[in-house]
Every structure is written in structure tokens, then in C-alpha cells.
Design a protein around this ligand. Structure first.
Ligand code: APR
Length: 381
């Protein structure tokens, strides 16, 4: 039996899409290359913005997805150790986001989809997409699925984007010249998401559940190798940059990330539609990666639903609609990144970054604009 949509990938994009399609009565099969525990335990993003929360509320999924999650009210910055609180909830008329670790969101979306009878196949190895211009077919192992549309939600390294002829796509990449050494530690979470800015470089501490924190330290790619830092050295840097001599704990996970951004245009080819990291990678500043994936899935779910019911106008506009938001968020994320990182070591640029930061606290319009982007751009037509 052909299905309406095959969704490739069960990350935030694929699972949001699958739940919304299922709620709309559209048939879909989700194919995930990895096993259930890998998908449920992958720790990455941690903030669901206000717009993302509304996507689930509008679909009647608030109880399943948002129950008990704390609202993000303040952001705390420490400039050369001096604390400043930005009241995101007040500046955005109460449209603060929620603290939702990605693995919690994924677990809840998975459970909801399966409980409602969803068809999700783990360990679907060697997925291939065929005849995207005609009657699409998706194969894995010795299984073949006929469908009307394919949703490529399989992340940056997935098969979907690679299935599009190269000359159909324009790819934009940007290397921010910034490295992050990230550590998960059993250190009590900060009261509010905390960022340290200053001449020693950027650092951050974000809550990860009731007893853990994720820490971030800026390093200079090519000049420094954080893999050579001992845990004691990392704690010393964190204490200095976050202005908190009491920091410490056991580090349970270490990762090195070089900040790169990536956008592919268009986000569609024939009957294949890309969503989330398959189409764009954004820096973590502003916490928009997971939220962009959810926004794409929201727009795509509406467009696919209309198309299956006979009107493909929204589907034809899908790529343009999502790219507008993508570039808007890319600009915000780059702007934020420049404001809080010491990238050039140049004193003049450091003063400019300081002026940009101060404006958030002294000019209400600037604070509101920042909080508005944090809340997420409203529904677009
Ligand atoms: N076949 C099937 N599934 C695949 C394939 C494939 N060939 N390749 C990858 N996948 C799966 C991955 O195992 C993963 O579960 O697709 C899923 C993609 O999930 P994500 O990488 O999380 O991408 P996305 O859903 O777009 O979410 C993006 O989540 O991880 C964060 O930083 C990221 O915040 C951003 C957001």
C-alpha cells in the first residue's frame, strides 16, 4: 500500500513532522537509521522557543510535549565577571521559551507518535530515494515503500540532500573562526542560562536537568587544542570567565565543536522536501537549531496536508517560506556570536561588541528586538 509521506530521520524535525501529519490524518512512515536508545539519548539543544511551543500547543500536543517544562525568564551575562540580567519574558511580553533538553523532546514526541499508532522503523539501514520526479519510492534493506512525497529530515549527514543532483542546489557555508570546547558535568545548574563575556574569551553554563550543567569554553582553532587541556585547566578557565570561583564537579562528556554555518537552497527538489539540519546548520548562539527544525516541520506539515488533499500551493512555497526564517535566524545567530566572543583580539572591535551588549540594557527597543528573536519569529504565510 502506498503511503502519503515517507519521513527520513527521527530527530526533532522528523518527529515533529510525523506527529503533525498523523494528527492531520495524513499517512506517513518514519525511517530512522539508528536504534531507539541512540535517538532518545542524543544530547544537543536545550531551549524550545515560544514559537516552537506554540506549534505543539496548536496541534493539541501541549500536554504530551510541554508538561512540566520550566519557562525561560532571564538570561544572565557576566561581562568581565560583572553580572547583568536580561529579562527576556518581560521584554517579549511573556513570550519566553522553555528549557527543554532535546532528548526529552525527542522521547516525548516518539512516545506520542507510537502510542497513537504511528509507523516508525528503527535501524532502517541504507535508505535510498528513487524517482523523486515521478512516483517516489524509498528503499532500505529489502523493503520498498511507494509514496506521494518524501520529507528529508535526516540531518546534515543524511542521504536526502545527497539524493538531489548537485547542480540543482546552491550551498552557502561560513566558518566563524571560533571553537567551542563543551563539557557535561555533574555541577548544579545555574539559576538562569549563564554566559561569560570578556577578554579571556566566551564561556557559558546551561542547565541540563536538575543536577547537571553543560559548560562551554571558546578556544582559537589552529592556535589552541582543548583536547590537551586537563579537567583542572578547563575548570580554571570556566571559573575565570564566568566569575565563579566555586565551580567544579566531575566532567562526564567532552566535545570539540568548530562553529560553522550552512544553508542549502532551495529546500526542495521535485517531491523531496528538506527540513532541519538536512538543509541548514546554525551556530548554537540564540538556540535556534532545534527551533528551526521544528518551524520547518510545522510549515511542511501544513503544506503536505493541503497537497495530499489536492492543493499544492503551500508546498510550492515551502522552500521560500522556510528560507526567509532560516536567513533571519542565521543573521541573528551571527550577530549574537560576534557580540559575545572575542574573535579578533582587536581592542577596537572589543569596544564595539561592548557597545552592542550595553545597548540591550539601555535601549528598550534594542532589548525588545533581541527578546523577540529569542521568542522566535511568528507564523509566516
Ligand atoms: N536514514 C535514516 N535516518 C537517518 C539517516 C539515513 N540515511 N541519516 C541520518 N538519519 C537520522 C539520524 O540518525 C537522526 O536521528 O536522522 C536524524 C536526524 O536528526 P538531527 O540530526 O537531530 O536533525 P534534525 O531533526 O534536523 O534536528 C536538528 O537538532 O540535533 C539538533 O543541533 C541540531 O538542534 C538541531 C536540530
Amino acid at each position: 500500500m502506498p503511503t502519503d509521506v515517507v519521513v527520513v530521520g527521527a530527530g526533532p524535525a522528523g518527529l515533529t513532522l510525523a506527529n503533525l501529519l498523523q494528527r492531520n490524518g495524513i499517512g506517513c512512515v518514519v525511517l530512522e537509521a539508528r536504534d531507539r536508545s541512540y535517538v532518545e539519548e542524543r544530547q544537543r539543544a536545550g531551549v524550545l522557543d515560544h514559537f516552537g511551543g506554540r506549534v505543539f500547543a496548536e496541534a493539541g500536543l501541549a500536554d504530551q510535549v510541554l508538561a512540566g517544562v520550566p519557562t525561560q525568564t532571564f538570561l544572565e551575562f557576566r561581562y568581565e565577571g560583572e553580572p547583568r540580567l536580561l529579562d527576556i519574558a518581560a521584554l517579549s511580553d511573556g513570550r519566553g521559551g522553555s528549557i527543554v533538553p532535546q532528548q526529552m523532546l525527542v522521547r516525548r514526541l516518539l512516545t506520542t507518535f507510537l502510542d497513537e499508532g504511528g509507523d516508525l522503523r528503527f535501524n532502517a539501514k541504507d535508505v535510498e530515494l528513487h524517482s523523486l520526479g515521478g512516483s517516489p519510492r524509498v528503499t532500505y534493506g529489502d523493503v520498498s515503500l511507494d509514496c506521494s512525497y518524501v520529507a528529508g529530515c535526516d540531518g546534515f549527514h543524511g542521504v536526502s540532500r545527497r539524493s538531489i543532483p548537485e547542480d540543482e542546489l546552491t550551498t552557502y557555508t561560513f566558518d566563524h573562526g571560533i571553537g567551542w570546547y563543551t563539557m557535561l558535568a555533574d555541577a548544579s545548574p545555574p539559576k538562569y542560562p549563564l554566559m561569560g563575556i570578556g577578554r579571556h574569551g566566551f564561556a557559558a553554563q546551561f542547565p541540563r536537568g536538575p543536577v547537571a550543567s553543560r559548560f562551554y569554553l571558546q578556544y582559537k582553532p589552529g592556535e589552541e587544542d582543548p583536547r590537551a587541556w586537563t579537567d583542572d585547566e578547563a575548570w580554571d578557565k570556566l571559573r575565570l570567565r564566568l566569575g565563579d570561583p566555586s565551580l567544579g564537579g566531575t566532567i562526564t562528556d567532552r566535545e570539540v565543536v568548530e562553529m560553522r554555518s550552512f544553508v542549502v537552497e532551495p529546500m526542495a527538489y521535485e517531491k523531496l522536501f528538506l527540513a532541519g539540519d538536512a538543509a541548514h546548520i546554525i551556530t548554537p548562539m540564540g538556540a535556534k537549531g532545534m527551533n528551526l527544525a521544528i518551524a520547518d516541520a510545522y510549515v511542511l506539515a501544513g503544506a503536505l496536508t493541503s497537497a495530499v488533499r489536492g492543493d499544492d500551493t503551500a508546498l510550492r512555497a515551502y522552500s521560500d517560506v522556510c528560507l526567509r526564517r532560516t536567513w533571519d535566524y542565521q543573521e541573528f545567530s551571527r550577530w549574537f556570536t560576534e557580540m559575545v566572543h572575542d574573535t579578533s583580539g582587536d581592542p577596537f572591535q572589543r569596544r564595539l561588541a561592548r557597545a552592542r551588549f550595553d545597548r540591550l540594557f539601555t535601549n528598550r527597543a534594542a532589548g525588545v528586538a533581541f527578546a523577540d528573536m529569542m521568542a522566535g519569529v511568528d507564523l509566516v504565510s
